[in-house]
Design a protein around this ligand. Sequence first.
Ligand SMILES: Cc1ncc(C[n+]2csc(CCOP(=O)(O)OP(=O)(O)O)c2C)c(N)n1
Ligand code: SF4
Ligand SMILES: [Mg+2]
Length: 370
Amino acid sequence: MAIEVTRQYLPPLDEEGRAAAQVKREGEVGGETGRDRHYLPDMPDEDPYQAGHRTCAGCGPAIEYRWVLKAAGQDTVVAGPTGCMYVANSTYLCTPYTVPWAHTPIASGGSFTSGMAAGYEAMIRKGRHPGPYPNIIVMAGDGSAADIGLGSISGALYRNHDALFICYDNECYANTGIQVSPTTPYAGLTTFTPFGKANPAGKQLPPKNLARMMAEGHPHCYVATTTVGYPVDLINKTRKGLNHQGAAFMHCFTPCQKGWVYQTSMTVELGRRVVESGLFPVWEYDPAERKYHYFHPPVQRPVTDYLAMQGRFGHMLPEHVAATQRAANLNWQDIGMDVPAELREGEDPARHAKLKEESYSMPLNRGVGA
Ligand SMILES: Cc1ncc(C[n+]2csc(CCOP(=O)(O)OP(=O)(O)O)c2C)c(N)n1
Ligand code: SF4
Ligand SMILES: [Mg+2]
């Protein structure tokens, strides 16, 4: 007789006090109001992603891995397609995981994870695994999820396997030397998008909107975007994705210190500034309602506050900055927010200097324990 497959429930953390809950002064652009800078969330103690890996100092994907696995806990199995987070986390006979983990080829994160999900279901039904059904997660880079392995992840979402499919997005093929990927932003410098006299912008195409594509194309799936700037949001969306019975997809913005060239302590700050400058909308798609729920950040900044912190944008000319502000303003409209006059004026190249000469709000270097 078939045994029933029982599922786990992971309770979301209290979101009170995170930046979203704070009120900003009317008409204010930029500044620190409402960011609740010193909020330390109630992180779970357990750490299935332990210290001892070999990612770069300040690595955004490593932070994402750690928080996702804290959210999921010990009853979890993980797959990792080829990329930095496979190579830097696994040497011969050694990984930083205290949960089962497997490497997959870069193209097959989705199909491998489908197999794990179907296998656990079958083993539990036949009494060969005691259950409950484990948390099944794959964390794939943007090169894998948005490009080489897109088909296999889309197939897994379409077939609705009960697993969480995550794209950790460092906006480049980092592990092979920072090459361009479909999510590399406009004008983002990579080894395959050099700038020069004939092409001063470098990368000319806008980034692929991977998460929107996943939500629109697989309307029965839970889909969310988040960043390493919002730990509670990241943890809660991980848990909601795992609690959802069926396939879930999460797109997480994860700065790459080596590829983007910034101060190592600024990874989390960049995770907030990308949202506050309108360049990475944070939202959740609820398949039951077929509806998007947008996070409206309490601070809206000019894009220069984000771009100027990173060496990869250092070559940008006034027209490139203005084009980026235009794209951000369209994003603000898409998520139902007003575009303040100062940001609207930023669409005019005459309002800008070269990026390296622009003035921008300096980040606070909080250092350890601040
Ligand atoms: C089919 C195939 N093509 C190319 C590679 C070489 N390769 C290994 S890691 C990597 C980069 C992957 O980029 P991404 O998925 O964004 O992960 P990241 O390195 O940025 O963490 C590439 C291209 C490969 N392993 N397999
Ligand atoms: S190259 Fe980027 S993604 Fe890779 S380990 Fe370093 S910081 Fe992390
Ligand atoms: Mg990548």
